[in-house]
Design a protein around this ligand. Structure first.
Ligand code: IMP
Length: 188
C-alpha cells in the first residue's frame, strides 16, 4: 500500500523510495528570493504570468502572492510531455493559451526545467503570438540535463542534479503533487 503524509521524511511509491529534500521552510525562502527579483524587474511593467499546469500550480500560488507591487495578469496553459520518469519528447497542448500575448511582457511559471523541451516549445509558441519579452521562473532546475539553451530559466528557486523529484506540485504518474516538501528518489 502507498503511504504518505505531510510529516513523512520518506515516501514509498510504486517500488521507488523517496527522501525529503526541500522542507517547507526552505521552499518559502526560495520562493521569496524569486519573488523579490521578479518584483524588482517588473515594478513598472504589467506582466502576464503564464502558469504551466499541472505541476506549477503550487509554486505559482505561492510566488504570485509573494510579489510586491506588481500589477499583473495570470493565465494558465496545460501541457504534457512526461509519463512516469521519462520524457516523451513531444509536447501536447491540453489546455491551449487563451490570452492574447501580443506586445506583452510574459513570465512563464514552471515547476521544473529538466531537458528544457517544454520551455523551448512554449517560448516558440509565445513568440509566434507576438509576446514582446518572455522570461521563465522555475521552482527547480536541473542544469546538467538542459538540452535547449533558450530554456535556461531566468529565475530559479533551487537547482538539483539529475534526480527525479516529487511533491510541491510535482507528480509521479499523477500522484504526490500535494506534498508540501520536495522529495528525491533514492536508489534502494
Ligand atoms: P522538460 O520539458 O524536459 O524540461 O520537462 C519539464 C516537465 O517534465 C516538467 O514540467 C515536469 O512536469 C516534468 N518533470 C521533469 N523532471 C521531473 C521530476 O524530477 N519530477 C517530476 N516531474 C518532472
Amino acid at each position: 500500500m502507498t503511504f504518505y503524509s505531510s510529516i513523512m521524511k520518506t515516501i514509498d511509491e510504486q517500488g521507488y523510495h523517496f527522501e525529503e529534500w526541500l522542507q517547507p521552510a526552505q521552499i518559502a525562502k526560495d520562493v521569496a528570493q524569486v519573488a523579490e527579483r521578479i518584483s524588482a524587474d517588473y515594478a513598472d511593467k504589467e506582466p502576464l504570468f503564464v502558469v504551466v499546469l499541472n505541476g506549477a500550480f503550487v509554486f505559482a500560488a505561492d510566488l504570485l502572492r509573494a510579489l510586491k507591487d506588481v500589477r499583473c495578469e495570470v493565465t494558465f496553459i496545460r501541457v504534457s510531455s512526461y509519463w512516469g520518469m521519462s520524457t516523451t519528447g513531444q509536447l501536447e497542448f491540453i489546455v491551449p493559451l487563451q490570452q492574447v500575448v501580443d506586445n506583452r511582457d510574459v513570465v512563464i511559471i514552471e515547476d521544473i526545467v529538466d531537458t528544457g523541451l517544454t520551455i523551448h516549445q512554449l517560448k516558440a509558441h509565445l513568440r509566434a503570438r507576438g509576446a514582446s519579452t518572455i522570461r521563465v521562473a522555475a521552482m527547480l532546475f536541473k542544469p546538467g540535463k538542459l538540452e535547449y539553451n533558450d530554456a535556461k530559466p531566468d529565475y530559479v528557486g533551487h537547482e538539483l542534479t539529475d534526480e527525479f523529484v516529487i511533491g510541491y506540485g510535482l507528480d509521479f504518474d499523477g500522484f504526490l503533487r500535494n506534498l508540501p516538501s520536495v522529495y528525491k528518489v533514492k536508489e534502494s
